[in-house]
Design a protein around this ligand. Structure first.
Ligand code: IDC
Length: 373
C-alpha cells in the first residue's frame, strides 16, 4: 500500500525524458523545428565567418529534437463552449486517449514507462483513471485508492496530458447509493489537485436501473463539492441506461435536454460497444451531439462485455462521427486483461513491454492508430 506519493520522474533515475510530442501534431512541429535549426545554422555561419573556425556555441545540432508541445501546454484550462470542449483561447478541442482498467486490478499497467508509451508513442491527449467504487475498489480502502488515482494524476500531468477522474460506480446502479463516498473522494482529489488546469471530473460512470431525475439530483449534490475544490473545472455526468443517454432503457436524450443538470461547464456521457450497440445508438448520439455537450468516456469495438469479436467497421463509423462533432473520447481499456477490449496481450504489464508492437492486441493496433489520427 503506498503511504506516500510515488516519486516524480525527475528523481526516478531515468534518463531525461524524451520530448512528449503527440504524433498527430508531429509533422507541424518537426517542420517548425527544422526551420528553427536551419535558421540558427545560417545565422551561425554568417556570424562566425572570418573567425578561427571554432564551432559556434549557438549552432544547434541538426538532429536536435524540436521543442515538445504537450496537449496541456497547447490548450490550457478547458471549458464547455456550446456543445464541445474549448481550450483557453476559445479553440475547439477534441481530446483522444485511453481509460485505465479498474485500478484495483490493473494498477501495475499504469507506470512511468507505460505512460511514456501512451503520451509519446501514441500521442494521447488524455487518460481516464478508473476508480471503481465496489468490486474490491475504493470502498474497501479509500486512502489507498485515492493515493493510486493521485499518483497517476501526477504522472499524467508531468506528461502534459488531461486526466478524466472517473468515479466508476456500476453495481449498484444508483449513484445515490455512493453519494457520501463520492463526496469524500472528490473532496480529497480536489484538495490535492484542484489548482491544476488538466482535471476533468466524471462523477458517475454508468448509472443503471435509475431514472434521469435521480441521476440529475445526484449530480446537483456532488458538483458543488467538486467545484468547492476546483471551481472552474469541467464535470461529466453519466446518463441513464449505462450511460447510453437512455437508449438501453428504451428512452433517449430528450429527457436530458428537457431537464438538464443545473450547473455550468457540464458534459454528458455516452458509452458504446460497437459490436453490441449499433443503429439506434449511433442515431441517438448523432442527434444528441447537436443539443448536449457529450464526452465519450468509454467505448470499444467489441461487445458490451468488453470481450468477444470486434466490429471495427461500425466502430470506425462512431469515431468518424465523434471527429465530425468534435467529441472527445477515451477508449476502454489500457491494460493486459485477457478480454479482447484490453489493448495489450496478457503478461505485457508484468514484462514492461508496452512499447513492443508485438504486445498489442487487435484492439490496441486499431485504437493507437485512431489516437494518432
Ligand atoms: C468490465 C471489465 C471486466 C470487469 C467488469 C467488472 O472489462 O474485466 O470484470 O467490468 O465490472 C462497462 C463498464 C466497465 C466494464 C466494461 C466492459 O463501465 O466497468 O468493464 N463496460 O464490460 N460498461 C459497458 C461495458
Amino acid at each position: 500500500m503506498p503511504t506516500s506519493r510515488s516519486p516524480r520522474s525527475d528523481d526516478s533515475g531515468r534518463p531525461s525524458r524524451r520530448p512528449r510530442l503527440p504524433q498527430h501534431r508531429a509533422g507541424r512541429l518537426w517542420l517548425a523545428g527544422l526551420l528553427a535549426v536551419g535558421t540558427a545554422f545560417a545565422g551561425a555561419s554568417l556570424a562566425t565567418a572570418g573567425e578561427d573556425g571554432a564551432a559556434p556555441a549557438e549552432a544547434a545540432p541538426a538532429d536536435a529534437a524540436p521543442e515538445a508541445v504537450t496537449p496541456l501546454a497547447e490548450h490550457g484550462a478547458l471549458e464547455v463552449c456550446g456543445t464541445t470542449l474549448c481550450g483557453e483561447n476559445g479553440e475547439p478541442v477534441q481530446l483522444r486517449g485511453m481509460s485505465t482498467h479498474g485500478t484495483q486490478w490493473f494498477e501495475h499497467c499504469v507506470t512511468e514507462e507505460s505512460l511514456d508509451v501512451l503520451a509519446d508513442d501514441w500521442g494521447a491527449d488524455v487518460i481516464r483513471v478508473s476508480t471503481y467504487v465496489q468490486e474490491d475498489g475504493y470502498e474497501t480502502d479509500p486512502a489507498y485508492f485515492t493515493d493510486v488515482a493521485s499518483r497517476i494524476i501526477d504522472q499524467a500531468t508531468e506528461r502534459g496530458m488531461y486526466v478524466v477522474v472517473d468515479w466508476h460506480m456500476l453495481t449498484p446502479g444508483d449513484p445515490n447509493a455512493n453519494t457520501e463516498l463520492a463526496k469524500q473522494f472528490f473532496t480529497e482529489i480536489t484538495a490535492r489537485h484542484g489548482d491544476q488546469d488538466n482535471l476533468i471530473y466524471e462523477i458517475a460512470n454508468e448509472p443503471n436501473g435509475v431514472s434521469w431525475s435521480a441521476i440529475r439530483g445526484y449530480a446537483e449534490e456532488v458538483i458543488p463539492v467538486v467545484r468547492a475544490g476546483d471551481p472552474d473545472s469541467v464535470v461529466i455526468v453519466g446518463t441513464r441506461g449505462w450511460s447510453s443517454l437512455g437508449v438501453s432503457d428504451g428512452s433517449d436524450e430528450s429527457e436530458i435536454v428537457a431537464d438538464p443538470v443545473n450547473a455550468e461547464n457540464v458534459m454528458y456521457t455516452f458509452h458504446f460497444y460497437a459490436a453490441s450497440h449499433q443503429e439506434g445508438y449511433i442515431d441517438t448520439l448523432e442527434r444528441a451531439a447537436d443539443q448536449l455537450p457529450i464526452f465519450v468516456t468509454e467505448f470499444g469495438a467489441e461487445e458490451y462485455t468488453g470481450d468477444g469479436a470486434h466490429d471495427f467497421e461500425f466502430a470506425d463509423r462512431y469515431l468518424d462521427l465523434l471527429a465530425e462533432k468534435n467529441i472527445s473520447w477515451t477508449n476502454w481499456n489500457y491494460s493486459d486483461d485477457f478480454r479482447s477490449g484490453a489493448v495489450f496481450e496478457p503478461g505485457t504489464c508484468d514484462a514492461g513491454s508496452w512499447g513492443d508492437p508485438g504486445s498489442l492486441k487487435e484492439s490496441g493496433v486499431w485504437i493507437s492508430e485512431r489516437i494518432r489520427g
